[in-house]
Design a protein around this ligand. Structure first.
Ligand code: F6P
Ligand code: MG
Length: 452
């Protein structure tokens, strides 16, 4: 944990603005506690049992088996406690963030200190920290990423067709000498690939089959044109206009999911370097397994390794070379991967400048910070019941200050929060698709120049 990591109470909500909570029946938060989290925990149990019985030729020591059984018992207890809306209990695993978490849990008012009644953002982040505690308190399973083998890895393999199509497109665009307008169009495409990559989020796709994966991954430009109608806030022109004046700068990407989404983000980062917009790209990853499919440093490495294996098997020499280049950039620090602990705390980004001051200072060196995905969006706008016509700037709260570099959110909608809509747009969307806020079929490209 960084030196200046502060324990600060949760930021109060603005008057009249309530946090999303699981107590609101019918909300996505309610559904999350009632159905989605129990399914996610069941999958963790299944995966742990499979790990135990996987025929690797190696026998697990009796102590490891005993610890795994202990984990399974605690996981069942956790499901029971969520479904019965019990109080959030203090953590106890000796990690450096325990005191901070326990102080925040203790500070929750009595009427909102249970799974459903606590702010949704807080309780859902707590779930993933609680899963970590369960494994942390063992010797044999401490470093196990329970989402890796059965979820993140197969999805990356299942995404190969989409990934190689996208890689070929990147190679093709980079082999041409493009005029300014064509370069702008290409950047726009890679921003959209990165946006739609966010549909492959494994905490939402609890029943995804490999055959479905390519279907939801948009890798052709004709697909993109159709999908553009599904971008409900589209600040594309503003972003492109802004980036037009950035040369040899730095772009930070606060990553979301591993797998195809990460690959699309890497392609975007590659294009930013190729186009001369950035000479440094910093990728922010999660320090431990988070929201099922979020990228950890291990996932980043696994992705590069697997891409080479798959590309070699498919005789895709261009991609093998490309990954080699990416590795060189990582060595030269042209590409940097950082896993700051702030990203796995329950704070919204309203408290990034204070609680997360060291990582905030990093971000302040960028010309642009791209926040990927739904959870990052929820954290940007403090996961509250904002009227949808609230401006993005207002919903960014204290993060919208002059020292913060321009912010770009690329997110497919998977929770009950959206801001920046025009008047009447919510009604129109409700008529077109009553589940527009949560089904991941609608996207937002939302930009704020906080320094303006
Ligand atoms: O469960 C809460 C949630 O934020 C959903 O809204 C979303 O399905 C998922 O977790 C995370 O999505 P993402 O990977 O896009 O952050
Ligand atoms: Mg995620």
């Amino acid at each position: 944990m960084t030196d200046d990591f502060r324990v600060e109470p949760l930021h109060p909500y603005p008057s009249g603005i309530l946090p999303l909570r699981g107590t609101v029946k019918g909300s996505f938060a309610y559904l999350t506690f009632k159905e989605r989290l129990p399914i996610i925990i069941t999958k963790v149990v299944d995966s742990l049992s499979r790990t135990l019985h996987r025929t690797t030729g190696e026998q697990h020591a009796p102590e490891a088996v005993k610890e795994a059984k202990g984990c399974i018992e605690q996981l069942s207890k956790l499901t029971y406690e969520i479904q019965r809306d019990r109080k959030l209990l203090p953590l106890n695993d000796g990690d450096q963030d325990v005191a901070l978490w326990n102080k925040l849990i203790q500070d929750l008012p009595a009427e909102s200190n249970t799974w459903f009644s606590a702010p949704w953002l807080f309780a859902e982040c707590y779930l993933y920290r609680k899963l970590r505690e369960i494994f942390n308190n063992t010797t044999a399973w401490k470093d196990l990423d329970i989402f890796a083998k059965d979820q993140k890895e197969p999805v990356l393999l299942g995404s190969w067709k989409s990934a190689s199509t996208l890689a070929d497109h990147l190679t093709n665009m980079q082999s041409q000498s493009l005029d300014e307008n064509a370069r702008r169009v290409t950047l726009w495409e890679f921003l959209q690939f990165s946006l739609w990559g966010n549909q492959t989020d494994l905490s939402l796709l609890t029943n995804v089959k490999h055959a479905d994966i390519h279907e939801i991954q948009r890798t052709s430009t004709s697909h993109l044109h159709k999908a553009e109608q599904h971008i409900i806030v589209n600040d594309g022109v503003k972003v492109l206009d802004y980036l037009q004046h950035v040369r040899n700068g730095r772009v930070d990407i606060v990553l979301d999911n591993a797998g195809f989404e990460l690959f699309a983000d890497l392609c975007l980062a590659d294009w930013l370097i190729h186009d001369g917009i950035a000479d440094t790209v910093v990728f922010h990853v999660k320090a431990f397994p988070w929201f099922v499919s979020d990228t950890t440093p291990q996932d980043f490495e696994f992705t590069l390794k697997t891409l080479v294996t798959l590309a070699e098997a498919d005789s895709n020499a261009a991609l093998v070379d490309r990954v080699g280049r990416w590795r060189a950039w990582l060595q030269e620090k042209k590409w940097v991967v950082i896993g700051d602990p702030f990203w796995t705390l329950p704070y919204s980004f309203w408290q990034l400048p204070t609680v997360g001051s060291s990582i905030y200072r990093e971000i302040c060196q960028a010309n642009l910070t791209i926040f990927k995905g739904d959870l990052n969006y929820r954290k940007l706008v403090y996961d509250a019941e904002w009227p949808t016509t609230t401006s993005f700037r207002e919903a960014l709260g204290p993060l919208a200050q002059r020292s913060t570099p321009p912010i770009l959110a690329l997110r497919t909608c998977k929770s009950d929060v959206a801001v920046g809509l025009s008047s009447g747009q919510e009604k129109e969307l409700d008529q077109k698709d009553p589940a527009w806020m949560v089904n991941g079929k609608w996207g937002m490209i939302q930009f704020e120049d906080t320094r303006a």
